[in-house]
Structures are given as C-alpha cells and as structure tokens.
Design a protein around this ligand. Structure first.
Ligand SMILES: [Cu+2]
Length: 239
C-alpha cells in the first residue's frame, strides 16, 4: 500500500509540470484573447463616436460680429430619437440644422439668439441662475434685460466652461398655447427669445453643454440627450 501511494504521489509530481505548462499557455491565450476583445471594443467605441458626430456648422460673421441663432426644443420629433430634448442651429443659408458643433472666428463678438421652446425643468444648482461671462453681464429675455433668472424657471443652460460663459434659458409656461412638438419649431409657436453676447478669444476647441437635468425619463435627468453630442452637448470651434 505504501509503495502504491508513493508511486501515485510520484506520478502526480511528475505530471504537475506538464499540467502547469498547459495551464500557463491557456492563461496566456486567455489574456491575449481578452486584450484583443477589449481593444476591439475600445476601437468600436471611438470610431462609432467619431462617425456619429453631427456636421460642423459655420456661422456667418460680419464687421467682427458673429450671429448664432439656435432653438431648444422639448422633443426633436424625428428619427433617431423623436422624444429627445435638443438644440438646433441655423446655418449660413438660414436653414435649421440638427447640430451642436458650430464654427466661429477667433477674437470676435458672438451674438447668440436662442428661441427657447421647451418648458422649465429647474436648475439643480441655483448658482447657474445668473448669466456669467457675457458682455455686460446681462441677457435680454423677450427684449427685456435680465440679470438673474429664478432657478426654478430654467429650461436649459448654454454653458462653455472653457470660456467661463453660462446663460440660463427661461422655459415657456406649462399652459402656454400652441406649443411645439416637432422640429424645426416656428416663430408662431410658444417660445421665449433670449439674446446675449460673448467674446471668443484665441483659437481653440471648446466643449459646451446644458447643465439643467432636462433629459426626461433618464436617471436623474442626466442620461441620453444630456450625454450625447448633437443634443444637449456640443463643441464651439474657434478658428
Ligand atoms: Cu437641457
């Protein structure tokens, strides 16, 4: 019995390196395979992000002033996300384009006109109720100057952190008649008109976004359109 046990132990001892060797090569293969899968997923994400970006929309400039005209809507009303909240912008031909990537000249004055068709969601941080980084520190809402907006009345913000620009946008009343549901919204439909100016400074690529948790149906209101370039996020290309 003792001999048999020793034989068995001896046989296991000699088999061990063989089994360890197979196990090591399996581990290497698994590691390489896992790395390849992760690399493929990262490449798929990066390429998908890059090709899904909306077009860059140049903005017309004259005598050192660049005019950007945008509208904010409660629902885009079209594929691929008819119920997503969004910004739209006018191109140089005056047509509405579904894009949040805009190109403006460096060292110019930008005058932004926002046609704000969405209702209010309210700011989570009341600090953002005061417009900042804009010329004169004042915006106009339907032609009247406004230095600070009640945080509860904000529908969206237009914020460019790099430039210190942030403007709260007043929402339309819940019971306003003739509200817009499908873009582009028209001047006949319920809206507020907000105008402000800021200076672009030197060339650069600046991210901008809305800071109101306005994405209805998403966790904390910050998912979906709030995290997707082309809806509530975009880029200002200063060239
Ligand atoms: Cu928003």
């Amino acid at each position: 019995m003792r001999l048999t046990a020793l034989d068995a132990a001896s046989s296991m001892a000699t088999a061990q390196p063989e089994g360890g060797s197979i196990s090591r090569s399996t581990r290497i293969l698994c590691t390489l395979g896992g790395t390849a899968v992760v690399a493929a997923l990262v490449a798929w994400y990066v390429v998908g992000y890059a090709i899904s970006l909306p077009p860059t929309v140049p903005q017309a400039s004259a005598a050192g002033v660049t005019n950007i005209t945008v509208q904010t809507v409660a629902s885009y009303g079209r594929a691929p996300h008819p119920d997503w909240v969004s910004y739209l912008v006018k191109n140089e031909q005056g047509q509405w384009v579904h894009s949040t990537i805009w190109k403006v000249p460096a060292h110019s004055l930008v005058r932004v006109t926002v046609y704000q068709y969405d209702g209010d969601s309210g700011l989570r941080n009341p600090f953002l109720g005061q417009p900042r980084g804009i010329v004169g520190g004042t915006m106009t809402v339907n032609g009247k100057p406004l230095h600070v907006l009640d945080p509860d009345d904000a529908s969206h913000t237009f914020t460019i952190p790099d430039l210190g620009v942030s403007v709260p946008l007043e929402g339309v009343a819940d019971d306003a008649p003739n509200q817009c549901a499908v873009t582009p919204c028209t001047m006949a439909q319920a809206h507020n008109t907000i105008v402000f100016e800021f200076k672009t400074g030197k060339p650069g690529l600046h991210r901008w976004q809305c800071f109101v948790p306005c994405a209805a149906g998403w966790i904390y209101g910050f998912g979906g359109p709030m995290q997707t370039v082309g809806w509530m996020d975009g880029f200002l290309k200063v060239v």
